[in-house]
Design a protein around this ligand. Structure first.
Ligand SMILES: [Zn+2]
Length: 337
């Protein structure tokens, strides 16, 4: 870890407060989705996805973060899901050092957004800057983060070595927490949870899985509840939450139901689904009109103990506002009881 980096809770006392009570934390939404309101170039289908705009349009990146903060998000997640040293070297013609610095810059752009938001709304609770750590499979650009197929063919040491420089850069850029997200397989999750302990003992993170198409297991086929419990128990000190992202909202309830039954140390749960739309390579996102809005599911997830909730792909800032509203309503109805 670079010198001068302090622990996530030291740098943001709000975080330790939020984690010690049944406070509900509202995440942001789909970064690439909201970014599309600020740029005209296509984002989906790009090998770098939204990460390209760190280099080409940093102001649009800041504006996207600010949209989520104005919408009521308690935190923003850096635009680094699809960022990696090798992809930046290959597709932006950057050196290794320049690629590292661009990832670091993603964290700095998020902090700039927080500064602008705090100037606009002085006295607000300071939002957290969370570093997105997407899976190795996202860099393969073949959809394998949604099936985990690389788990069988890629040595875990390769995956580990690929992850380290991005995490280093995010921490050096000042993120206060890591979002280890859309992880499709147990091997990568387990490695990352252990890496946190071995190499980043001052950093906290959440761990979130991607789910199989049928909604019955994590993407690579391992059972969700067993895998989540196993990974959490490896490192409960550093994991602030564990859960599911970028899956259809309709699958969530059955996946998390009963996960804490019989446990003395409950898993803190995080859920940030996509809109439920389907992505077809030739057509893009389809069937939005057939999906129940994400916010309609919020009360039932909160009833099941979820404490971190937001949106992933195809959720906009307006969806964050609706999620925030449902959280407020749920809290009020529980205070009255
Ligand atoms: Zn997503």
């Amino acid at each position: 870890m670079a010198p001068g980096i302090v622990s996530s809770t030291e740098s943001n006392p709000e975080l330790s407060g939020a984690m010690s009570s049944r406070e509900i934390i509202v995440l942001d939404g789909g970064f690439a989705t909201q970014l599309s309101c600020h740029v005209s170039q296509p984002i989906d289908g790009d090998v770098l996805w939204s990460a390209r705009f760190l280099a080409t349009d940093p102001e649009a990146v800041i504006d996207t973060h600010v949209d989520f903060l104005r919408a009521g998000a308690d935190l923003i997640i850096t635009n680094t899901y699809q960022a990696s040293i090798d992809l930046f070297m290959k597709h932006l013609n950057l050196s290794e050092k320049e690629s590292y610095n661009l990832i670091k810059k993603a964290a700095e752009l998020a902090h700039t957004a927080v500064t602008r938001y705090m100037e606009e709304f002085p006295g607000s609770r300071k939002p957290l800057v969370v570093g997105s750590v997407g899976p190795y499979g996202a860099s393969l650009h073949d959809g394998s983060e949604y099936n985990g197929s690389y788990a069988a063919t890629t040595p875990i040491e390769t995956i580990r070595a690929w992850h380290i420089p991005r995490i280093d850069a995010l921490i050096e850029g000042g993120v206060e927490l890591l979002a280890i997200e859309t992880i499709p397989c147990r091997a990568e999750a387990e490695m990352l949870v252990k890496l946190l302990k071995d190499k980043y003992p001052q950093m906290r993170a959440w761990l979130s899985f991607s789910i199989s198409q049928d909604g019955k297991s994590i993407a690579y086929g391992e059972p969700f509840q067993e895998t989540a419990r196993y990974c959490y128990d490896l490192n409960p000190e550093q994991l602030v939450a564990i859960g599911i992202n970028c899956t259809a909202p309709k699958h969530i309830e059955s996946l998390i139901f009963g996960i804490n039954q019989g446990r003395s140390n409950s898993l803190p749960l995080i859920v940030y689904p996509n809109s439920g739309e389907s992505y077809i390579v030739e057509m893009g996102w389809i069937n939005r009109d057939k999906c129940e809005p994400v916010e309609t599911y919020i009360p039932s997830w909160l009833d099941l103990g979820v404490t971190w909730v937001g949106g992933c792909c195809r959720t906009y800032a307006i969806d964050v506002t609706r999620i925030r509203r449902e959280v407020q309503k749920w809290k009020q109805s529980h205070l009255c009881k």
